[in-house]
Design a protein around this ligand. Structure first.
Ligand code: G3I
Length: 318
């Protein structure tokens, strides 16, 4: 007790984190902070297609089963991440020579096997991840769009719903935190899906930002999506900076983390804030953005940073 999740409880908010496979298996400090602080887990890799089905026709559920079992044993929720994405595809699929009909059937059976296996245990799925192109407002010219056409989004949501009618089904994307062309396109997409009766229950805002680019119109943006009747969630929050951390960067980071949390708290349908890793020791940022880092709430020795204290502060405000 005493961690972030406990402080968030009166707000009816879940505070979650992405979990990396290697430290989850091997680092006791990692598991201790994880259970102490968080109420929800997102698998950073363990529920992606390349991990679950490394060879055609063969599933390996071991990592996912361990993570879901751990969450249950510790009273934590699981956000299932992610079913339809243009990355983390197994090579046999991406480089194979399948017809559109075969790919459609492979996607359907993959979604139904995965959602079905964890039916009643994984309450939320990021069914479609990153469907939009980076800034144009068009659909991303992805593997799935190329193979199946734009209908793949509605199909995936319907297949997931069949496999677990109780699960909340999300579309998740990045660069849609603010009111902008990309979030307008997402808004139009979700409104149309709802009008067509497609089962979409939520929208995830990844929120990978820098200390200099706080999402200034996040709150208004969350509100307009909530007004469509869907849940909203902050799904992959981290706040990176360039170079070594300084007192200035640490306090700047704290302001951004706290601002995002306040925006979610201000919107009743904002149900969770998930950070994309909680310790700088295992963050994806230095790999993806060389020279950048220090993006998490705990440093690489698992010491809480200024941002962590600021999050606690916001959660204890009346
Ligand atoms: O599985 C191998 C493992 O056997 C090996 O020991 C290890 C050595 O590097 O690599 C392992 O796989 C890596 C995996 O992370 C597990 O750590 C993959 O190479 C690597 O590509 C994978 O990266 C993840 C990436 O998604 C692709 O799945 C990142 O950790 C994860 O942070 C990132 O997450 C994405 C979200 O899903 C969607 N939004 C953006 C976000 C950041 O890119």
């Amino acid at each position: 007790g005493g961690g972030l999740q406990q402080l968030a409880k009166p707000w009816h908010l879940d505070i979650g984190t992405a979990v990396q496979p290697a430290p989850f298996e091997r680092d006791e400090r990692y598991r201790t902070t994880l259970t102490q602080e968080f109420g929800s887990i997102t698998a950073e890799s363990q529920l992606k297609w390349d991990v679950l089905q490394p060879a055609e026709g063969q599933f390996d559920w071991s990592g996912a089963d361990a993570l879901v079992g751990f969450a249950e044993a510790n009273g934590m929720a699981v956000r299932g991440h992610t079913l339809v994405w243009h990355m983390a595809l197994p090579a046999w699929l991406e480089k194979g020579s399948f017809s559109p009909d075969q790919l459609r059937e492979l996607l359907r059976s993959y979604i139904q096997a995965t959602v079905g296996r964890y039916r009643g245990r994984i309450g939320v799925w990021d069914v479609v991840n990153e469907p939009l192109a980076d800034a144009s407002g068009q659909l991303r010219k992805s593997f799935w769009l190329n193979a199946l056409g734009p209908g793949y989004i509605a199909d995936a949501l319907r297949w997931a719903h069949e496999a677990d009618p109780q699960a909340k089904l999300y579309i998740n994307d990045f660069g849609v935190e603010n009111l902008n062309r990309k979030s307008d396109a997402l808004y139009t997409m979700v409104a149309k899906l709802r009008a067509d009766g497609v089962p979409v229950d939520g929208v995830g805002f990844q929120t990978h930002v820098t200390i200099d680019t706080p999402p200034k119109t996040l709150r208004d943006n969350l509100r307009r999506f909530a007004d469509l009747g869907v849940e909203v969630a902050i799904t992959e929050l981290d706040v990176r900076s360039a170079g070594a951390a300084t007192d200035t960067s640490r306090s700047g980071q704290a302001v951004v983390y706290a601002g995002v949390l306040r925006d979610c708290l201000a919107v009743p349908r904002c149900v969770s804030v998930t950070v994309w890793g909680f310790t700088d020791a295992y963050s994806w940022i230095p790999h993806a953005y060389p020279g950048w880092g220090n993006a998490c709430l705990f440093d690489d020795a698992f010491r809480p940073k200024t941002a962590y204290g600021q999050i606690r502060q916001v959660l204890t405000e009346a």
